[in-house]
Write a protein that binds this ligand. Structure first.
Ligand SMILES: Cc1ncc(COP(=O)(O)O)c(C=O)c1O
Length: 395
C-alpha cells in the first residue's frame, strides 16, 4: 500500500487553495471586477525593474553551459559569499559562505531545517496563529507539532504558555516575524526574553533548543520605527529560513536560503545535517539563473509603499465599520476577529458579498479570519462597500 499520509495531503486542498479556486470560478460567472479576492498571499507588486534587467543581462552574457549547469549542492560559492558579506554588514554577524545553503524558497528551507534537526518524536513549538504548512513540514520530518497560543488581542508571544509547553523533547521553536497571518513583528525585548528562556531550558534539559526564524516577510514592514531583530544577534542556536518570494515578488521562481549561525557550539554538525537533509530531500543545487541573479539584487526590495497604503486604507475602513483588528506591523495580512463564533460561517456570509476571506482555523486562530491585502488598490477600494454591508448584516 502506498503512503496514506501523502495520499491525504495530496487529496485534501488547503482552505486557501479551495477559496482561490472558488474565486476563479466566481470571477468567470460574475466578472473579474465584481469579486473581491483576499484569499492568497501572492505579491501583486511587480518585481523591481532592476531584477528583470539583471536577468536579461545574465541570460545574454553568461556562458550558457555555466548558467544552466549544476552548482555545488549547497549553492554557488560566490552567491553564498555575497549573502554572508551582506548579512555581516547589515547585522554585525561573522558568517561566511559555508553558513549558507541556497534553497527553492522558504518552504524548502523549513523542510530542510526540520529534517536536519529532528529525530522521531522530537517536539517543535510555534506560536498560534501560524503558517499552516509548519504542521505538515514538522510531522513529515518525524516531529510532534506543538502550537502555543499567542496573547489574545495582540498576537505577541505569551511567555507563560510557552514555558508550560517546553519539555525535555523540545528540539526547536519556529518564529515568523513579520507574521503570516497576524502581521505582528516581535520586538527586540521579546526576542531577548525568548532567547533567555530557550537558554534556560536548553541548560535544564542538557540539549539545545534551536530557534528557527522563518523570514520571507523580513523586508515588508511599514513604519520607520518598526525593526525586525535578527535572531542570530541574540541566540547562538539559531537558523534563518529566508526567501525572495515576497521581498522581490518572485514566488514562482523558488529561491531562498538557510543561514546557520556559526556561533553555535555544534555548528559543524548542524550545517552538515542541513546539507544532508537537502541531499536526502533532493533539494540540491537551486536554479543557477536565480542564484546568479541574487548576487546582483540581494539588497533590493519591491515597492512596498503599495502594501502600506492598502494596509492603512483597509485598517481604517474595517475599524470604522466596527471590526476588531490588530494593526499589522508588516507582511501583507490582516487578522480580523469574526463577529460570530465560527469564522467559517463568517467567511461563508462574506461570500454573499463577493468577499473572499479565509477562516483562521487552519492557522490555529479560530474565531478570526485572514485578509491578504497584497491586492490591486482599486480592487481594495471597490471592496469597501461590501465590507461595510457585511458589518451591517451583524447589527
Ligand atoms: C510564513 C511563511 N513561510 C513560508 C512560506 C513559503 O514561502 P516560499 O514561497 O518562499 O516557499 C510562506 C508563503 O506564503 C509563508 O507565508
Amino acid at each position: 500500500m502506498i503512503n496514506q499520509k501523502n495520499v491525504q495531503l495530496g487529496t485534501v486542498r488547503s482552505c486557501i487553495r479551495e477559496l482561490f479556486e472558488y474565486g476563479k470560478k466566481r470571477k468567470a460567472e460574475m466578472g473579474e471586477e465584481n469579486v473581491f479576492d483576499f484569499s492568497i498571499g501572492n505579491p501583486n507588486v511587480p518585481t523591481p525593474p532592476e531584477v528583470n534587467a539583471a536577468i536579461k543581462e545574465i541570460v545574454d552574457t553568461y556562458n550558457p553551459v555555466f548558467l544552466h549547469g549544476y552548482t555545488s549542492a549547497q549553492g554557488d560559492f560566490e552567491t553564498r559569499k555575497v549573502l554572508a558579506d551582506y548579512t555581516n554588514a547589515r547585522f554585525g554577524t561573522k558568517l561566511n559562505a559555508d553558513c549558507f545553503y541556497i534553497t527553492c524558497g522558504a518552504a524548502a528551507s523549513l523542510t530542510i531545517v526540520l529534517n536536519a534537526l529532528l529525530n522521531e518524536g522530537d517536539e517543535v513549538i510555534t506560536f498560534a496563529p501560524f503558517f499552516p504548512e509548519y504542521k505538515v513540514f514538522t510531522e513529515h520530518a518525524g516531529g510532534k507539532f506543538i502550537p502555543v497560543k499567542c496573547e489574545e488581542d495582540t498576537f505577541h508571544i505569551d511567555f507563560s504558555r510557552l514555558e508550560s509547553a517546553i519539555t525535555a523533547h523540545t528540539k526547536g521553536v519556529i518564529i515568523n516575524s513579520p507574521n503570516n497571518p497576524s502581521g505582528v513583528v516581535y520586538t527586540e525585548d521579546e526576542i531577548i526574553k525568548l532567547a533567555k528562556l530557550l537558554e534556560k531550558y536548553s541548560k535544564k534539559y542538557g540539549n539545545p533548543i534551536y530557534l528557527i526564524a522563518d523570514e520571507p516577510y523580513r523586508e515588508l514592514v511599514y513604519d520607520k520605527d518598526t525593526k525586525v531583530p535578527y535572531v542570530m544577534s541574540y541566540y547562538k542556536h539559531s537558523l534563518v529560513c529566508y526567501s525572495y518570494s515576497k521581498s522581490l515578488s518572485l514566488p514562482g521562481e523558488r529561491i531562498g536560503y538557510v543561514g546557520v549561525n556559526n556561533e553555535m557550539p555544534d555548528f559543524s554538525e548542524v550545517y552538515a545535517a542541513v546539507c544532508g537533509a537537502g541531499r536526502a530531500l533532493g533539494f540540491v543545487c537551486a536554479p543557477n539563473l536565480f542564484q546568479q541573479l541574487i548576487k546582483k539584487v540581494y539588497n533590493l526590495t519591491s515597492d512596498i509603499s503599495i502594501y502600506k497604503r492598502n494596509r492603512d486604507k483597509l485598517y481604517s475602513a474595517l475599524t470604522e465599520y466596527g471590526f476588531k483588528v490588530v494593526k499589522p506591523d508588516g507582511a501583507f495580512y490582516m487578522f480580523v476577529k469574526s463577529p460570530e463564533k465560527s469564522a467559517v460561517d463568517f467567511c461563508e456570509r462574506a461570500k454573499k458579498y463577493e468577499l473572499l476571506i479565509v477562516p483562521g482555523d487552519d492557522f490555529g486562530g479560530e474565531g478570526y479570519v485572514r485578509i491578504s491585502y497584497c491586492v490591486a488598490p482599486e480592487m481594495l477600494e471597490r471592496s469597501l462597500p461590501a465590507f461595510k454591508k457585511l458589518a451591517e448584516s451583524y447589527r
